[in-house]
Write a protein that binds this ligand. Structure first.
Ligand SMILES: [Fe+2]
Length: 378
């Protein structure tokens, strides 16, 4: 028996953000808008949302203190303000970091304790939190449709997810126009994150018909549009396809799982301060090579999805296609480019113990296998 869960409502389209107030009208009179420090404010999106909600007599409390790789303290600070202000629902606006922070605040608002209880002490989520609306401004994380929020524990350090179907957003508003101002390096990194989600979900041991369909379509869309979105940031058609790809890949991995690239991306990202999408780009081709023999037919389909002529015959062509993408996006780097040394490998392999992703990799990975992958990505 398989279980497939996604948000009950996904609003999609250019300018969709302008319909936000219409959809949240019944959620209550005080919105908590969680976002990053700069870009949405600078682009005037934060003010537009406040004005739009005010038109429906909804007051907005803005929490704009989310940094990249949000830590538990940021979530707890947001929770404290949210509880003081007596908010009714939460809106997340931004990339994966802002949305995951917002998701965690909404998800545990009614639990009457700190987020640390859930992340550090594995306390289970027992009740539905506040209504949560996710508005992504990047095409990568897919978190607007997933059931987990990735948070950083500074003390260890480690990244760990809180995960429950109650965390699935009540509403996702996917407006590709919000991604138009995304700088090139983020377009590339987020795009490779989405591709890693799709490929890992497609080759996961928990993949099934629905996740396969979504993941393979996401891979095709990325093949058709990522290089164009990177080279022509204002190309709305390419931005639309990437928004869809990220969304579909999010549904696929939230229900089908991920693999060794995501398991290793977390300790690498946290120990060496490498953005999530960039480190996935570095790891993806190595993990694909490692997994090649376990999913030969699927890798041929990935290669076909990523190429115009659809004529690939060998699994290894999938690795070549992803390598080509990485070169076009200036992401063709190895671990040594980030100052990582081979002596760091055992600690990095050990750091995967906080990630559930390793359990769904198509080939079982212990310490030796993880070190082999790191060597391949070096
Ligand atoms: Fe990711």
């Amino acid at each position: 028996m398989r279980d497939f869960k996604i948000p009950p409502n996904i609003i999609y389209g250019i300018g969709a953000i302008n319909s936000l107030a219409k959809y949240v009208n019944s959620f209550g009179g005080v919105a908590f808008l969680v976002t990053g420090r700069k870009s949405m404010k600078r682009a005037g999106i934060t003010d537009k949302i406040k004005t739009q909600l005010l038109g429906k007599n909804v007051k907005t409390v803005v929490f704009d203190e989310v940094n990249e790789d949000p830590c538990l303290e940021t979530v707890d600070k947001g929770l404290e303000i949210a509880r003081e202000e007596g908010i009714d629902f939460v809106i997340g606006l931004g990339g994966g970091s802002a949305l995951d922070t917002a998701k965690a605040i909404a998800g545990i608002f009614n639990e009457n304790c700190s987020v640390k209880e859930f992340v550090l002490h594995d306390r289970p989520i027992t009740k539905k939190g506040l209504k949560f609306i996710a508005c992504p401004t990047t095409s990568g994380s897919g978190t607007e449709v997933t059931k987990n929020a990735v948070l950083t524990i500074k003390e260890i350090p480690a990244k760990k997810s809180i995960r429950h179907q109650y965390l699935i957003p009540d509403l996702a508003i996917v407006d590709p126009e919000l991604t138009l101002s995304l700088p090139k390096k983020y377009t590339a990194g987020c795009g490779l994150d989405a591709l890693t989600h799709a490929i890992e979900a497609y080759t996961s041991i928990n993949a099934f018909e629905i996740t396969d369909t979504l993941a393979l379509r996401a891979i095709s869309l990325i093949g058709e549009s990522l290089i164009t979105a990177y080279k022509q940031p204002e190309n709305i058609e390419a931005r639309e396809k990437m928004a869809w790809a990220s969304n579909l890949a999010g549904m696929a991995f939230s229900n089908g799982g991920l693999g060794a690239a995501h398991a290793l991306a977390h300790p690498l990202g946290i120990y060496f301060k490498i953005p999530h999408g960039i480190i996935n780009a570095v790891l993806l081709t190595a993990v694909m090579k490692f997994n090649l023999d376990a999913r030969k037919e699927k890798f041929i389909k990935i290669a076909r999805a990523l190429s115009k002529d659809k004529k690939a015959k060998h699994p290894g062509e999938a690795v070549e296609r992803v390598g080509h993408l990485k070169r076009e996006l200036n992401l063709n780097m190895g671990l040594h480019d980030f100052g990582i040394k081979r002596k760091d490998f055992p600690a990095l392999a050990e750091g995967t113990k906080y990630s559930a992703s390793i359990k769904s990799n198509p080939i079982g990975c212990g310490k030796d296998e993880l070190i082999k992958i790191l060597e391949m990505a070096y």
